[in-house]
Write a protein of this length. Structure first.
Length: 199
């Protein structure tokens, strides 16, 4: 080890003549002046400069990622006929990047991004939601009901005969009598032949 390194580490000889290393480590690392004096640090940010070397080194990049996530969350909207579970997955993903905004802030942003059909149902919902989790549970319940009704409507329409026009009448089929069956067979035997043609 060089003498400069020994001097920095405070190498000393112990009583038995062996070299030992006494580190004078205060537990702090240097934060670059540009970061320590940065005015870009939002108040209450989870990424405020610390004495951790990696955070100090990557702080500007982390701050950009966090700002982008905040913008994405602010612009996140649920599709009108979409599934709420997809909206919640995107919302929670962005929440994990942003950190703690507070319960009320997340409730506000979450409600703003909901489909209007859910907002209408929430307005008349008799229950109360005090937490963000309560709001998500209620909206998931409402969304599930909506999609079940849509599925039932689709199944009912598949089973109904299609009617074109407002004056169309329904065709009602009845079982043919034995005489009608014979007439039908006689008519079908002439198919493909040209009647009244002489050779």
């Amino acid at each position: 080890m060089s003498e400069g390194a020994r001097a920095r580490l405070g190498e000393v000889e112990d009583e038995e003549g062996e070299e030992s290393v006494e580190e004078e480590y205060s537990g702090e690392t240097e934060v670059p002046d540009a970061l320590a004096n940065s005015e870009e640090v939002p108040q209450g940010s989870n990424l405020a400069p610390t004495n951790q070397p990696l955070v100090s080194q990557y702080y500007p990049s982390l701050l950009k990622i966090m700002e982008r996530a905040e913008q994405d969350l602010d612009n996140l909207r649920m599709k009108e006929s979409g599934h709420l579970s997809l909206y919640i997955a995107d919302f929670r993903s962005l929440m994990s990047i942003i950190g703690d905004w507070g319960e009320r802030a997340y409730i506000h942003v979450y409600r703003r991004g909901l489909a209007s059909r859910l907002l209408d149902q929430l307005a008349s919902y008799p229950g109360n939601f005090d937490t963000f989790q309560d709001l998500m549970d209620i909206t998931l319940e409402l969304d599930t009901r909506y999609h079940e009704k849509q599925k039932e409507k689709g199944n009912n329409q598949e089973n109904k005969p299609s009617v074109t026009g407002s004056n169309s009448s329904r065709l009602i089929f009845k079982k043919a009598s034995p005489q009608e069956e014979q007439e039908g067979k006689a008519i079908s035997s002439f198919k493909g032949q040209a009647p009244f043609c002489s050779a």
